[in-house]
Design a protein around this ligand. Structure first.
Ligand code: NAP
Ligand code: HSE
Length: 429
């Protein structure tokens, strides 16, 4: 059954949903021309009908009852931009069971229930498109699923959270305090409804698990991703890092080694001359290393209304192509098996450490002995000016097994000469 117009229902019209409405209405002629079929927004479910909207819509389209989208037989494609996990999971399940294609920007949901939802889609002969769930407007899901599919992906590394990159940029470039920079990121619509997901690294971990699943053809349990956020990164760490020749970035790293997968998200010192150090504000960037293609870099706006809307609308167009040509879109991710994940203590890294110690002769020697006993070799060690008998010491280690470094830290914590361990960050070269 060929259609002249494909009808779309939206669940949510906040930051992303408004971008979707703006693009689908503003570019409708262009989109229709490319598809050979028109797209029409039939219904939009929101929570609060009285709330002012960033984009003007016919009030008759709005409803506060998601069933008006999910049960409407004329709606072919449901776009979920509500966020959250359980309500979205139930809504998407019902949409698929009612024969609709689904587009979502929801990484929390895909990281927790992607396999389950993709399986339901497969059973129903439908698909879930989720390009916007990682990297905002940057194409990452399709390149991994299709363009780079013939490669064995060895490693990926990048910045995949716009809010934290905005905060770290504003702290380092403008000397802003964390709270002020976070408030700006929220005002610009980059942050999640609960911004702790961004600043504690969970948002990046959800995205990493989606990327890792596609890169390494493995089902990833979100609890297998090691996560540290940026809440403990202080302005002085950013300044000391700069003095040492590094920028501080929240990096997501996935790697397949012979023994298993390495999956981690944490604030990281990265050399100032590395391309990732130049990625500013809400921009994201990802390096992917394939055995055939070599290194590929993706860069662009990782959050925000129109950039994310761009990816959602491209997915809507893909779903429309499938509907128009009545071909089934294969779903492969649900069939992946699980590969082992290597615990952090077994992995290697360089470390940046900031601590406070009593300013007296022999403290440097004691520090060196503790690290030497744990076979941790030091690359740099700097003592900052002493204040009231307390010296601030900053050091960078050579590459070391994380477990060994942690052992040395535990010994340091027990030493009377060490007043506090203030910051521990990983370093990549
Ligand atoms: P948002 O601004 O908070 O918008 C959420 C929308 O969903 C609002 O319109 C809200 O209605 C509606 N909504 C929430 N619960 C609902 C319910 N139970 N029934 C009906 N409508 C409901 O969120 P957002 O920033 O657009 O993010 C949406 C999703 O996109 C999230 O999964 C997020 O992780 C993802 N994402 C966001 C970005 C970004 O840059 N913001 C980028 C990529 C992906 P009201 O307007 O009436 O409150
Ligand atoms: N809160 C997310 C971020 C939105 O800041 O990257 C894009 O996924």
């Amino acid at each position: 059954m060929k259609k002249d117009t494909i009808k779309i229902g939206l669940l949510g019209m906040g930051t992303v949903g408004s971008g979707v409405v703006k693009i689908l209405t503003g570019n409708s002629e262009n989109i229709g021309h490319k598809l050979g079929v028109g797209l029409e927004i039939k219904r939009i479910a929101v929570r609060d009908l009285e709330k002012p909207r960033a984009v003007e819509v016919d009030p008759a389209l709005l409803t506060d009852n998601p069933d008006h989208v999910l049960l409407d037989p004329e709606i072919d494609i449901v776009v979920e931009t509500m966020g959250g996990i359980e309500t979205a999971r139930q809504a998407i399940t019902r949409a698929l069971e009612n024969g609709k294609f689904v587009v979502t920007a929801n990484k929390d949901l895909m990281a927790h229930h992607g396999v389950e939802l993709l399986s339901i889609a497969k059973t129903q002969g439908r698909s879930i498109f989720y390009e916007a769930s990682v990297g905002g407007g940057i194409p990452l899901i399709r390149p991994l699923k299709y363009c780079l599919a013939a490669n064995r992906i060895k490693k990926f590394m990048g910045i995949i959270n716009g809010t934290t990159n905005y905060i770290l940029t504003q702290m380092s470039a403008a000397g802003k305090e964390f709270a002020e920079a976070l408030a700006e990121a929220q005002a610009q619509g980059f942050a999640e409804a609960d911004p702790s997901s961004d600043i504690e690294g969970r948002d990046a971990a959800y995205k990493l698990s989606i990327l890792a699943s596609l890169s390494f053809a493995s089902q990833i349990k979100i609890d297998d991703v090691y996560v540290e956020g940026i809440t403990d990164v202080k302005l002085r760490d950013i300044h000391y890092a700069q003095e040492l020749g590094y920028a501080v970035k929240l990096l997501a790293i996935g790697e397949e080694a012979a023994e298993g997968l390495k999956l981690h998200v944490h604030p990281t010192l990265i050399p100032l001359e590395h391309p990732l150090a130049a990625v500013q504000n809400e921009f994201n960037a990802l390096f992917i290393e394939g055995d055939a293609v070599g290194e590929v870099m993706f860069y662009g706006r990782g959050a925000g209304s129109l950039p994310t809307g761009s990816a959602v609308c491209a997915d809507v167009m893909d779903a429309a192509r499938v509907l128009k040509n009545e071909i089934e879109n294969g779903v492969l991710e649900a069939t992946f098996t699980e590969k082992p994940v290597i615990p952090m203590e077994e992995q290697h890294s360089r470390f940046y450490l900031r601590l406070k110690a009593v300013d007296e002769p022999g403290v440097f020697g004691k520090l060196a002995t503790v690290f030497g006993d744990a076979a941790v070799s030091l690359d740099r060690i700097i003592q900052k000016r002493s204040v009231e008998g307390t010296a601030e010491i900053v050091l960078v280690t050579h590459d070391v097994k994380e477990g060994r470094f942690r052992e040395a830290l535990n010994v340091l914590r027990e030493m009377p000469a060490i007043r506090s361990i203030n910051s521990v960050l990983r370093v990549v070269e």
